[in-house]
Design a protein around this ligand. Sequence first.
Ligand code: SAM
Length: 200
Amino acid sequence: VRRIAVALLHYPVLDRAGQEVTTAITNLDVHDIARSAYSYGIERYFVVHPIDAQRRLVERVREHWVSGAGRLRIPDRQFPMGSVEIVSDLAEAHATWSDDHPAEIWTTSAASGGDVLAHAEARGLLREAGAKVLFVFGTGWGLAPRVHAKSTRRLAPIPSVRPDGYNHLSVRAAAAILFDRLLGNPACVSEMPRPFEGSP
Ligand code: SAM
């Protein structure tokens, strides 16, 4: 099976007008995606922000749960928060996660169209041997096109069941749903459970 990490980008992402912007860190994104990633055996969670003050804010939140008062209050939160790593840009996350083989970058978006990788096919690829994978999620109105342009794969959007096609999920919800679709252990389906790769 592939070893997997996830990155949350705050730049370059788009604003409502389709311009490139930098978004602010949302504390909930740090916690929720850390817990979802850890639950699905994803080994590292890179929170990516170009502004030092924002990176330090995430560092303080991480330390609170890994070695501070948070650890005393809710000990089991230290493990998912311990998998959080704060970096300046996607290149740094990619370099950190890659080893002798560059990790593949798999981007995500609510937008359909283009050459996207269906979830069932993605699930199969992740169960084979191969290069490490770095899932990339955006904030704001989504990842800037130049991030998708550098990706190895672009995952198909989580589709809407609505006639109007509305599928703009929060990044926390989208991450959890995609993790479950791609990595989940559907006990209801007679598939071999995914052997756990992460550190205990
Ligand atoms: N319109 C934006 C887009 O198409 O990505 C929505 C951005 S949403 C607030 C932030 C992030 O959540 C996106 O960058 C993407 O990573 C993820 N996301 C949101 N809805 C999604 C969906 N239906 N399928 C896959 N990813 C989704």
